[in-house]
Design a protein around this ligand. Structure first.
Ligand SMILES: Nc1nc2c(c(=O)[nH]1)N[C@H]1C(S)=C(S)[C@@H](COP(=O)(O)OP(=O)(O)OC[C@H]3O[C@@H](n4cnc5c(N)ncnc54)[C@H](O)[C@@H]3O)O[C@H]1N2
Ligand code: MOO
Length: 406
């Protein structure tokens, strides 16, 4: 890689850069964790059912189980021979023509032909009267109709969500094999940057990229190390990168990757390790850098805050997901109609901040005002990024466009 700041390397497409990242990385090793600690972690094993669902034929309603002949005889009055509650270990059978009070989830007694909701019956101490005809087999949840033994429930590479914890707990699982949680070190670079809580110098600004990255990474399942703000000084940058490489599985910086004389990040990575690629045909975020410090991958995001945000979605989160063992590490793009005519200057794949708005038939995407990579006000309304391909010159209202929902 040339040290000449004026040399223009070949720009990768977004897809090619993503493939390059994914090829450089492999999932971290797996460990066993209690289910209660598994939220947000990534399964390193396939989960197959060891418990069928339902475990036994059981009632779907509070009401009355009817023995065989009673079903055909309804409407009518039938003797009430007992009660079966959920959790009952009682094995009594139900005689043909008799009825038994039953609650939702209780095993239906042997001999049950159907279950009737109690709202459809009148009851005395020793009999139940059905007002209407009944269908055989209704309101009974059959053993194994949902989950059978050995059925694949979750694939390796699934990020554990609360609904998965429900499914796994229903199987009685206590622990899971998950990929080790990736540790990501985050730093900001720039003499102009101040941490929040400190007064600003005349040409100072608050560092908003590092708080953003720390939050976004944690939301995506990483453990973060905050390396802080590093001045535009090669020695300080080298020290920060080496400290980060010592402690983390992935290093991410913002700022200092362009061609300015104080842009040291890329040069320091070349010195300390390997710069694997620099520059992608994307707007915003063109000077994004990818490399390694020793064995630790490094992603250098461009400093303009929206460049940081867009490149984090497109490159940082896939890199994190890959380390974390996620089966589908790339962001999911959906197609939605655009709410208005829209012009685009071709040349780079562009990701524009957009709001999702209610259309007549479906959600629509509306591009927000203020698309400069340093413009922040519209982050308040940003729901999604609209992708406009490098060759697109315009889109007409109603056309389906690619959208990355945030
Ligand atoms: N001659 C050229 N100049 C620039 C080019 C180019 O191709 N040729 N590319 C432009 C593009 S595109 C981008 S993006 C930026 C990226 O530059 P850097 O990564 O070196 O970022 P900085 O120069 O350090 O900062 C850019 C901008 O963002 C502000 N910033 C930086 N870090 C933070 C932070 N943590 N929180 C808030 N704001 C931050 C910084 O003050 C600058 O205003 O380069 C263009 N230049
Ligand atoms: O790529 Mo820069 O991010 O356009 O501002």
């Amino acid at each position: 890689m040339s040290m000449d700041p004026c040399a223009e390397p070949a720009l990768l497409t977004v897809e090619a850069m993503q493939q390059k990242l994914l090829q450089t990385l492999s999932p971290l090793p797996a460990a066993n964790v209690p289910i209660a600690d598994s939220l947000g972690r990534v399964l390193a094993e396939e989960i197959r059912a060891s418990v069928v669902n339902p475990r036994f034929d059981n009632s779907a309603m509070d009401g009355f189980a009817l023995g065989g002949e009673a079903t055909a005889a309804a409407p009518g009055t039938f003797p009430l021979v007992g009660t079966r509650l959920a959790g009952s270990e009682d094995l009594a059978e139900l005689a043909p023509g008799a009825a038994m009070r039953i609650t939702t989830g209780a095993p239906v007694p042997e001999g049950t032909a159907t279950v009737v909701m109690q709202e459809h019956c009148s009851v005395t101490d020793d009999s139940v009267t059905l007002r209407d005809a009944v269908k055989a087999g209704q309101n009974i949840r059959r053993r194994g109709e949902d989950i059978q033994l050995g059925q694949c429930l979750l694939e390796a590479g699934t990020r554990v969500a609360p609904r998965h914890i429900m499914l796994l707990s229903s199987q009685g699982l206590e622990t899971l094999q998950v990929t080790r949680q990736p540790v990501v070190a985050v730093l900001s670079s720039g003499d102009e940057l101040h941490p929040v809580g400190q007064p600003l110098s005349r040409s100072g600004i608050y560092d908003c990229n590092r708080p953003y990255l720390l939050a976004r990474l944690q939301q995506a399942g990483a453990r973060v190390i905050d390396i802080g703000i590093v001045a535009d000084d090669p020695q300080q940058i080298r020290d920060a990168l080496l400290r980060a490489a010592n402690e983390a599985d992935l290093i991410v910086s913002s700022g200092g990757v362009s061609v300015g004389q104080a842009d040291w990040l890329k040069r320091c990575v070349e010195e300390l390790g390997t710069l694997l690629h620099w520059k992608v045909n994307i707007k915003p975020g063109k000077p994004v850098a990818w490399g390694r410090i020793g064995a630790v991958p490094f992603l250098g995001l461009p400093g303009n805050p929206v460049s940081t945000l867009v490149c984090a979605e497109l490159f940082l989160l896939p890199a994190l997901a890959r380390l974390g063992g996620v089966a589908q590490p790339l962001p999911r793009v959906v197609r939605l109609p655009i709410a208005h005519d829209h012009k685009h200057k071709p040349g780079r794949d562009e990701y524009q901040r957009a709001a999702l708005v209610a259309g007549a038939e479906s959600l629509q995407v509306a591009v927000l005002k203020g698309q400069g990579s340093g413009s922040l006000a519209n982050l308040a309304r940003t729901d999604a990024l609209l992708l406009l391909g490098a060759d697109v010159t315009s889109v007409a209202a109603g056309m389906l466009v690619d959208v990355l929902v945030l």
